[in-house]
Design a protein. Structure first.
Length: 268
């Protein structure tokens, strides 16, 4: 599959499942801006059947290579980021995985059961990134149990393999050309920002600043009833140049840690 096809398909799924993300995108378009993606992100569990490397396969086949490796100690996550070898404007791909062996036997049992239910054609093929929840209808009781240990685990248990966020490249915007302007613009439109650790994660000195919306609530059919829980979110990133003028292209685990909290459960 070609790079453009992959992103078109992921974008179609993301905007269908997250109408608010589409509204955010359309607000930029209404301002006359052209929206380019800095990166997209996926989540998974560290399990040989569904780890980062399995999710990365379609991107590697389309010409991506691995660039960075990251450790998010507080969240018990590791991550890799990928860039396209030749297409300069192709979004970066960021994939994280939960180190499940750092958690309770109960959480590990849930993850093992989920991983065992992933069909072999997804484990050995290229389509896992498009597959969504492949382990069957979730239980709200299990969601709540997982949340106590890891909001990331709980979110992933419900939604599975979907794009967790797309990220607007502020560098590609004309009018809204600072992260402060983007954040104010979004708040004026009534969107909620993730303010955990401050609205802006990172600094110009670190060469990367990011912010994000708080994931909007979505009605989910659980086996034990219908409940509203946070879905996916939208992110915004601005990159600064090194002294040689080249833009920084990586990620900073320390400053991006709180971005993961954009899908945490909250009072509506
Ligand atoms: Ni991100």
């Amino acid at each position: 599959m070609q790079t453009q096809q992959i992103f078109d398909r992921l974008w179609a799924d993301y905007t269908t499942q997250n109408p608010e993300a589409k509204k955010v995108h359309d607000s930029f378009i209404s301002e006359g801006e052209t929206v380019e993606n800095d990166h997209i992100a996926f989540r998974t569990f560290f399990d040989t059947r569904i780890n980062v490397d399995v999710l990365a396969r379609p991107f590697l086949d389309a010409g991506y290579v691995q660039k960075g490796y990251y450790l998010f100690e507080d969240k018990h996550l590791t991550a890799k980021h990928y860039e396209h070898k030749t297409l300069a404007n192709a979004p970066r791909v960021f994939i994280s995985q939960l180190m499940t062996d750092h958690f309770s036997p109960a959480l590990q049992t849930v993850v093992k059961q989920c991983a065992a239910r992933v069909p072999d054609e997804l484990v050995f093929g290229n389509e896992l990134v498009f597959a969504g929840n492949v382990w069957g209808p979730p239980s709200y009781e299990t969601y709540e149990m997982l949340r106590k240990e890891s909001e990331y685990a709980a979110w992933l248990y419900v939604y599975g393999f979907v794009t967790n966020h797309f990220t607007v490249s502020i560098n590609s915007l004309k009018k809204l050309n600072t992260i402060q302007k983007v954040n104010q613009f979004l708040k004026d439109k009534g969107f909620l920002l993730n303010s955990a650790g401050g609205e802006i994660k990172g600094t110009p000195e670190e060469l990367l600043e990011q912010s994000s919306t708080k994931a909007a609530f979505q009605e989910v059919n659980f086996v034990d009833g219908t409940f509203e829980i946070p879905s996916c979110y939208y992110e915004f990133a601005i990159r600064y140049p090194y002294t040689d003028g080249k833009l920084y292209s990586g990620f900073i685990a320390k400053s991006a840690d709180k971005i993961f909290e954009s899908t945490d459960f909250y009072k509506q």
